[in-house]
Design a protein around this ligand. Structure first.
Ligand SMILES: [Zn+2]
Length: 384
């Protein structure tokens, strides 16, 4: 089976989206907002993040683009999914890509098909109005339907441009009258923080100006019912969220001794399943350190067996870590924590400490050398 490390896409609420727009490090002002429907996938084919990953795979592997075409995808339930880096030129409409902020509305809005309404409509209007406000753009000139720039019906023959622009103007008025809520970092939630880091870390490669979101995927490509999505080998990423990656890395870099990390590990392992405050906060006692060392020894050995062993059943996790080594520190950390929590069922707070200790010790960038060196480590301090 073909393996690859898919990028992360994060679902945002409308409030998340607004605060991410306010805090994103924009390099060039946007001059237009491009409105699309996906056509395929349509509403009945939408399966959450899997659908976004399937689009990413189609855009990068079939169309040959550097990333998913669009800056955000708007789901039938109103979720606003992150997409390509917002500083990168999108693959939107041939000849019009530079300066565009592009979104795809998931659905087929040609007459008689899906209907743009409810939460999805509110998110479409909010995304459009927010970008207009953020860059001081005029709705009648800056909002472009794909069908104004190509022969496609996109964003669907049921969407009337005049009514759409009037609804966008109403939404602008609503947003601008909200006291302090607009573009305020104060409203930043975990989801917004995560979306901000994922979007900022995405490749900044521009799409060529002749790239066009031609909505020509095979009719059934995104059809969940006949299993075609699974045939794409798109898997839910099991890597840990960025907040966890940041915690591991800060623990790995901090000027604390390994003994302190062992003590913290013992403390966290004992805390699992107990109510907050049932245990005294971390105090560095020899017993706690010794207990932490025993826990680490066991988990470390288990993890090494999975990742550097040869059992066929562990191949997926091995391939995932091998792929992560080619990508970089964040990916390795995310994969390590993800594998511990999903394959070894280790509680996340404990996995964070184990990963931090391992990351400290991983000085060699190549996978095989690391495995050999790691194996030697098992017989040194760890077994003392
Ligand atoms: Zn389009």
């Amino acid at each position: 089976m073909e393996m690859f490390m898919p990028p992360r896409f994060v679902g945002m609420s409308r409030a998340d989206f607004i605060s991410v727009v306010g805090e994103f490090a924009w390099k060039n002002p946007k001059t237009s907002v491009h409105v699309h429907h996906t056509w395929r996938p349509n509403h009945s084919q939408y399966r959450g993040q899997k659908t976004i990953l399937a689009m990413w795979k189609y855009h990068t592997q079939t169309n040959g683009w550097s990333d998913i075409a669009q800056h955000v995808s708007i789901a039938p339930d109103g979720t606003i999914w992150s997409g390509r880096n917002w500083n990168a030129v999108p693959a939107s409409a041939a000849g019009y890509n530079t300066g565009a902020f592009m979104f795809e509305t998931i659905g087929d809005f040609d007459k008689g098909k899906d209907v743009l309404q409810g939460e999805q409509l509110q998110s479409v209007l909010t995304v459009t109005a927010t970008i207009l406000i953020a860059f001081g753009l005029k709705p009648w000139t800056a909002v472009k339907f794909h069908n104004q720039m190509s022969q496609k019906t996109c964003p669907g023959s049921s969407i009337d441009r005049t009514s759409f622009i009037n609804a966008v103007i109403a939404k602008q008025n609503e947003l601008e009258s909200g006291i302090g809520a607009f573009l305020s970092p104060l409203s930043r939630s975990d989801g917004a923080r995560e979306a901000l880091s994922v979007l900022s870390a995405a490749p900044e490669t521009d799409a060529p100006d002749d790239a066009d979101a031609s909505h020509n995927a095979p009719e059934d490509l995104f059809n969940a019912a006949d299993g075609d999505l699974d045939a794409l080998h798109v898997e839910e990423p099991r890597a840990a969220p960025l907040a966890i990656v940041a915690e591991v890395q800060s623990l790995a870099e901090r000027e604390v001794s390994e003994d302190e990390l062992f003590a913290e590990l013992a403390f966290r392992a004992q805390s699992i399943g107990k109510p907050d405050g049932a245990l005294e906060p971390l105090s560095l006692s020899e017993q706690l350190t010794a207990l932490g060392l025993r826990i680490f020894k066991r988990l470390h050995r288990e993890l090494h067996t999975v990742l550097c062993g040869s059992a066929e059943s562990d191949k997926y996790d091995r391939d995932k870590l091998r792929a992560a080594f080619g990508i970089g520190g964040d990916a390795v950390t995310a994969a390590l924590v993800g594998i511990m929590t999903s394959s070894l069922a280790i509680a996340q707070p404990v996995a964070v400490i184990v990963a931090a200790i391992i990351i400290r010790r991983l000085l060699t960038p190549t996978y095989l050398e690391t495995c050999a060196w790691w194996g030697e480590q098992l017989n040194e301090r760890v077994l003392a």
